[in-house]
Design a protein around this ligand. Sequence first.
Ligand code: 5GP
Length: 188
Amino acid sequence: MGRLFVIAGPSGAGKGSIVQALAEEDPRLWVATSVTTRPPRPGDADGVTYFFVDDATFDAMAQKGALLEWATVYGYKYGTPREKVEAKLAESRDVILEIDVQGAMQVKKRMPQAVTIFIEPPSIDELRRRLGRRGTDDDVTIEKRLGIAKEEISKKDRFDFVVMNDNLEAAIAEVRAIIDQARRNQSV
Ligand code: 5GP
């Protein structure tokens, strides 16, 4: 069996950059693609960044147990398709989920052997700067995201590991070390 790693943390904390870097350098890692009811943004590609579905399709998937976890984030539903994740784990691939805190807690409850990692931004001010620089959100949306970020940060102690991302390269190295350690433990 492969190992399941769950990476969560506020939007703008750098989860995406960390996961991308790890996946590029490590062919044993497989990053799950989520389904969402959020409309695609410029740069999104269906089946690559997400599978974009309507509400009815999402609800049907949730109802028939096709989602390992799901949550409503910023007004849209996001979920992890279960089957592919289980298939990859069975093929001994290590799987990464990049999801929100609610979803991470659901996965941990269902699969206690999952390794959960919270990516923490250095400060709310720095997060505000990063979200502003990203340019995808207006000021109202940024403030809303910061409110949710504060709430997510208050739950970081529920995670197996907390990685502070004040330096991207260092944060990537830290997550890589967590993954390496989990692999070593498994082979004992
Ligand atoms: P965005 O729409 O900006 O790509 O993502 C918004 C938030 O939804 C991010 O915090 C992201 O981690 C979270 N998210 C993405 N996919 C999933 C998923 O499958 N399940 C859950 N619970 N959250 C997800």
